[in-house]
Design a protein around this ligand. Structure first.
Ligand code: SAM
Length: 271
């Protein structure tokens, strides 16, 4: 079993270089015809530069024209920033999954980790979930942008800083039914902190599930290794493109997987 020969070196092999970060392709914006530029004052400084950096993309779910339950979500993005202010492809895939699984989300308590531009969490809120959007407490610009996303979409999500592996008092108040995370498995240095937080949240409501979409750089073995280490199990594993409508899939690239993770039946809080 590969599980048992994977060690720290295997984890380190997954860390991506700054060059690769940039080569991951442009942010996965919604339909390009809907993209408009606007200056919303996200960044102080030269107004022309701000206008250059900030865009709004619109993401459709269902058919807003023909289907009664279809809708659009508008996202403010900053094209010059690294992580947290783009809509990454994993986020588009996870958001589509939330839409297609919407009956599970209606009325559920949902926490999105590393939410960034928050598309999956916003879709969950649209279909009736009670959503808390979270991101790194040390990135106030990302958290401020999450609040803007809620405002622009007329959604009342809670927004808070939650840094993986840190136990601020507000973390203890979270009892999610579903935890979401799009493209949060990209830096192996953060994997254990992320899984520590995920495991803590799963323990806080034992029937809950963590649904995450990620770039599959080293096979599913890495996720398996982390699940075994943290006393978790995979309850569903999908090719991220297997459920995407063709018109959305054609704008995305990469080997993206989606996995649902829960506490293993032999899980103990000491693990
Ligand atoms: C690749 S981005 C993905 C953003 C968004 N989920 C998406 O897919 O568009 C990774 C996100 O994780 C957040 N993040 C990174 N390290 C973190 C940490 N230690 N604690 C909490 N959030 C973190 C970043 O701020 C960023 O928003």
């Amino acid at each position: 079993m590969l599980l048992f020969i994977l060690g720290q070196s295997a984890l380190e092999g997954v860390k991506i270089s700054p060059k690769e970060k940039r080569n991951r392709g442009p942010p996965a914006v919604g339909d390009m015809e809907d993209m408009v530029r606007e200056n919303d004052g996200v960044t102080a400084g030269d107004p022309a530069a701000v206008q250059e950096m900030t865009t709004v993309s619109v993401h459709h779910f269902g058919n807003p024209v023909e289907a009664e339950d279809g809708f659009s979500v508008t996202i403010i993005e900053n094209m010059k920033e690294e992580y947290g202010l783009f809509v990454w492809p994993c986020s588009v895939i996870l958001a589509e999954y939330v839409w297609q699984q919407r009956s599970r989300f209606s009325g559920a308590a949902v926490v999105e980790l590393g939410a960034g531009t928050s598309l999956p969490g916003l879709v969950a809120a649209k279909v009736g979930a009670d959503v808390t959007l979270t991101d790194d407490s040390s990135r106030p610009e990302v958290i401020a942008n999450m609040r803007r996303q809620c405002g622009i979409n007329n959604l009342e999500c809670k927004v808070m800083g939650l840094t993986w592996g840190l136990w601020d008092s507000n973390v203890f108040d979270l009892h999610p039914d579903i935890i979401l995370g799009a493209d949060v498995l990209y830096d192996s240095n953060a994997f254990d902190d992320l899984f520590a937080t995920v495991t803590f949240l799963l323990e806080s409501s034992p029937s809950s599930v963590f649904i995450t979409s990620y770039h599959n750089r080293s096979g599913h073995h890495l996720i398996e290794f982390l699940m075994v280490k943290w006393g978790l199990k995979c309850v569903k594993l999908l090719d991220g493109f297997s459920f995407m409508p063709p018109h959305k899939a054609s704008g995305l690239s990469g080997d993206i997987q989606l996995v649902e993770i829960a506490l293993a039946s032999n899980h103990t809080t000491e693990s």
